[in-house]
Design a binder for this molecule. Structure first.
Ligand SMILES: [Fe+2]
Length: 264
């Protein structure tokens, strides 16, 4: 794994070491205070480039193009809210997705299947254990966004999202987020509407560098990716883990997310 990862800086292979404990503590605190952590240079530079180049042929020919209109909740309606409430404003998302079974032995798959990676993520999220999915398509996804495209404003449905940027565009493609916009007690619909209208001064924007591991707590932090500008596409990997082993998507979920089904 040292061929892929900067284990000197991020000693995931030494879970008993003080440096490991310090790193986990740093990440957990960042999740508490800022709702995310970044580990720049997690993949060696040449590995990031190799991983990005390796997905490009399949991305050009067999990616699933998913273009849809949605609101921040990915729901048709929200109980108690009139359908014309500004918090339910419709936005457009376009992405091109490759699934785990289309990217072969890409370095991102090797990372996903390396148990110390899941163990490290679990420790930073203060969870006992995380398991890779056995779903042949949902487990690891690589998404590309071309000029004018992006993932629009939303709340995540899972507690944490783990990604690694493989290629940054020349302009755009930053992550914009508004921390703690809602709580389990207060959905703050007016606040949601303000973000959608570009009227919330607390929206922050970060630009990630390729090879950075990002863990993001997006359930109550509304976020989007800024539309890409220029000829170079944004490429990102999404790793999906569960607290229980053996998770597999239903054929209906596979169709909804990827437009096809596949069995393990
Ligand atoms: Fe998200």
């Amino acid at each position: 794994m040292e061929e892929l990862l900067d284990l000197g800086r991020y000693p995931l292979h030494k879970p008993e070491s003080d440096d490991y404990a310090k790193l986990v503590e740093h990440c957990s605190e960042a999740l508490d205070s800022n709702g995310m952590y970044d580990l720049p240079g997690f993949f060696h530079d040449h590995v990031v480039e190799e991983a990005a180049e390796a997905v490009k042929p399949a991305m050009a020919t067999e990616a699933y193009l998913h273009a849809r209109t949605h609101n921040a909740y990915f729901e048709k309606s929200v109980p108690g809210l009139p359908d014309d409430h500004p918090a339910l404003k419709q936005v457009k998302t376009i992405n091109h997705t490759l699934c785990a079974d289309q990217i072969g032995n890409n370095p991102v798959i090797r990372l996903y299947e390396w148990e110390p990676f899941a163990d490290f993520l679990a420790a930073t999220m203060r969870k006992e254990k995380l398991h890779p999915m056995i779903d042949p398509i949902g487990r690891v996804n690589v998404q590309a966004s071309y000029e004018g495209e992006a993932l629009n404003w939303h709340f995540d449905r899972s507690e944490f999202t783990t990604t690694m940027l493989l290629q940054a565009p020349e302009e755009g493609g930053e992550l914009e987020y508004r921390s703690d916009l809602r709580t389990p007690e207060d959905p703050n619909y007016d606040g949601v509407a303000a973000v959608l209208n570009g009227e919330d001064p607390l929206v922050k924007r970060i630009r990630l560098t390729p090879g950075t591991l990002n863990v993001f707590k997006g359930v109550n932090t509304m976020h989007r990716v800024v539309p890409v500008k220029g000829p170079k596409e944004r490429i990102v990997t999404i790793f999906t883990f569960y607290e229980r082993p053996g998770v597999i998507l239903t054929p209906e979920e596979q169709m909804g997310f990827y437009g096809r089904t596949a069995t393990a």
